[in-house]
Design a protein around this ligand. Sequence first.
Ligand SMILES: O=C(O)CCC(=O)C(=O)O
Ligand SMILES: [Fe+2]
Length: 198
Amino acid sequence: MPLNIRGVEIYPQQLDRPAQEALVEELRAVQAVAPLFSPRTRGGQMSVRMTSAGKYGWYSDGRGYRYESTHPGGGDWPAIPASVLALWHELTGLDRAPDCCLVNYYGDTARMGLHQDRDEADFSWPVMSVSLGDDGLFRIGNETRGGKTESIWLASGDVALLTGPSRLVHHGIDRIRPGSSTLLAKGGRINLTCRVVD
Ligand SMILES: O=C(O)CCC(=O)C(=O)O
Ligand SMILES: [Fe+2]
């Protein structure tokens, strides 16, 4: 049974250490094809670096947020790792695969402000988020801006599902806890976010 925090389903330690290590290897292959980049937003440079796998990649620049079918350096996005697809089908119970697996990399001082995931066409599909590496302080708010929030430390191997009424809740990462995990040789935190886009 997952934890339920403001409708977000949290599966603590869904991936054991060997599964996390195998996934990090798969992500190394993704980054070799599609290197991390630092997106710009209207508010400035993001502190999180990112890339994507799948049919689309999430992208942002001075023109706003959107999905793109190619990497900013040119070329298709690599395929979503098989283990991530298997986890998606297992936890969501869906036959439909996600169109995008966003790969977020948080260095020691990176954060992500409160936001909704709403660049997709149909919000009835869930969003699946996988944490790897250092702990991240995940803040969960409401569908509307403002109001009460609750925070939970997400550890390496934890998976969160934004599903049903929690699909559009505001959420963000206030900070990570540098040095809290030995999974990533260079430290930091990786978060994978899988979404159906079309
Ligand atoms: O890093 C996280 O756990 C959340 C990432 C996120 O919310 C996003 O990429 O939209
Ligand atoms: Fe998000």
